[in-house]
Structures are given as C-alpha cells and as structure tokens.
Design a protein around this ligand. Sequence first.
Ligand code: NAI
Length: 343
Amino acid sequence: MNPTAVLIPGDGIGPEVSDAACRVLEAAGAGVNWERRLAGVAAIEAGHEEVLPTETVKALQEHGVALKGPCTTPIGEGFTSVNVALRKRLDLYGAVRPVRSMAGMTTRFSDPGVDLIVIRENTEGLYSGIENVITDGVVTSLKVVTEKASRRIARFAYHYAATRGRRKITVLHKANIMKKGDGLFIRCAREEFEQWKDQLEYEELIIDAGCMRIVQNPERFDMLLCENLYGDVISDLCAGFVGGLGLTPGANFGANDAAVFEAVHGSAPDIAGQNLANPLALIMSGVMMMRHLADTRGVAEYGNVADRVRDAYNACLVAGEKTRDLGGTLGTAEFADAVIARL
Ligand code: NAI
C-alpha cells in the first residue's frame, strides 16, 4: 500500500527544494500520497491566523510522518518560530542530523573523512521561549532543563547508536558554568548510559574545548549528544566539514514513531525564487523518511526506494553534477532532473 505523508513546502527556498525532492522520490517509485499543508509565512499569506494552523497539526498527528521545507522566523520581533512550535506541539524531542563526507565533494576535511551524527534535544533548553524584560535595558532568557527530557534524549541517543552500529557517544555541555542546568543534563546522560555500557563508549566534553577538538579531528567523533542550542550550532559547524548546508539532512523524532524530516538549512531568503538552492539536503531527508517508513511499517520496498535515490545522487556528485553552492553549475530543478536521470 502506498504510504501517506504530510508535505509542508515551507517558504523562501522551501517550495523549490520540496518540489525537487518530491519529484525525485516519485521518480524512484516511492508512490507517496502527499497531504500538502501550510506552516509559517506561507500559512499567514494564505489567510490563516496562526503560523501553525490546526489543520496542519491534525494532519501531522493523523499521519505521523512529514517531509518539511524550511520556514522563516523573523529576527527580534514578530511570531515565534514555527519550527520550535511544531517540535513542541508534536513533542518531536529528538533531532538526528547525520554529517558524512561524500565522494565527489572534496573539502579540507575529506581525508580521512567525517561520519558523525548530531543528536539534539529539541524541546527545551534556551528554546523554552520564556523571555522577560526585567526593567528597561535588562532582559532574561530562561534555559529550562528537565530530568524527563534529559533522560529521554539520552535513552534515544543510545538506542539510536546501538541499533545503527555506532560505537561512541560524546556529550557536549557547559556544566562547569551552568552547574544546575547542564549539570542535570549530563547527570541524566551518565546515569542512563549505565544500561548501555557493554555496547557503547561514552565521553563528556565541555563544549568550548569540544568544538576545538571536533574541528581538529572530526573523524575521532561518532555521535554527539547535545542540548537544544548546542545541537543547533554544532549541526551547522559540522555541515561545514562536508561541504555545507546543502548536504546535511535531518529528522525530528517523537513518541509512537512520529517523525518530521527536514534539512538542517533554513529558508535562505537571499537565494529564494531564483532556482539556485541545492535541494540535496531535503532529498537526503526524504531518503531518511523512506528508511523510517521501511523500518516502522515493515515494507522493504521503501528501503529500496531510499537506496535507489541515494545511489543516484551519489553518482551525480561523483560526475560533477552539482548545484552552485557545491561548485557546480546546475539549478535546483536541473539537479533534480540529473538525479532522476540516474535512477
Ligand atoms: P539559512 O540556512 O537559510 O542560510 C544560510 C546560508 O546558507 C545562506 O547564505 C543561504 O543562501 C545558504 N543556504 C542555505 N540553504 C541552502 C541550500 N539548500 N542551497 C544553497 N544555499 C543554501 O540560514 P539563515 O539565513 O540563518 O536563516 C534564514 C531563515 O531560515 C531564518 O528565518 C531562520 O529562522 C530560518 N530557519 C529555518 C529552519 C527550518 O525551517 N528548519 C532552520 C534554520 C533556519
């Protein structure tokens, strides 16, 4: 039976890259019934009063799986982030962001290459959205850390590692300064690790020194476990190892196999509507979606679709068929055509 998934095109480059990703998946035989729903600026422009319309939330709750383009969040003022709202409303607490060196993409980190996964806690930390003006010129932004969320993201990370043949988790923190908040996060990570110590290795690094070590020897790292803000920053840092944001997919997982797949990059307003955006990160997120469907629905063919798409985009990169951000000449639509031609 064909799978149903929600498609949120997003705004900025979102509609272009999501159109490209859907075309590639369909050409590979995914046969997805897409339920298109709006969020963010696109929802407001279509006359909705909320950035996350009820019908979008309902569709996500009903189908449990979505492919999502990026959504703009105004800086400083205006509505709160639709991405943060969506992760909180659906309790998509675990972000998974794989970063891998790819053949055909030479960077200064290609030898010996990078293959790591960033696991980001998605629901709290400094993204609690609790900010107060104390008095004129003084504001506070509240960092919320709970034992519940810290334990479940640690369990999620260890389970993810163990079921995918990973070996080592590095927890990044700043518990020397935020002794209570980050202190609780690493205490939970340490305690939950007790149950996995026969299968996995564990280390803790203070995030500033950790960043230096990651940049010096990224190949030493396997999986990075981070609270919300650190995970956001580290994901983009790691994207730089392999060629940039055009190559880093992502997934947000919640309870009951709910999952929203989206690239790490944002809506890139500077290049929106010009057929310049690289759709590969969203195509790769679509591949992650097909693997998730294969695992959770027990349909091997979904995994075959994922393999076909992966082989096709790998072949494109090796042949130099790339978008401009990767040093190539192809536009968004032309790159999708090139992938389809190699399926
Ligand atoms: P961004 O990721 O949109 O862009 C950063 C730089 O990377 C820009 O120069 C852009 O042109 C380039 N870039 C990004 N994706 C690209 C692609 N696929 N192909 C080629 N070049 C690409 O980050 P920025 O500018 O900080 O954020 C723009 C907006 O996106 C903001 O409103 C932000 O809140 C939102 N955002 C949304 C996310 C989401 O929906 N999940 C994630 C990150 C940011």
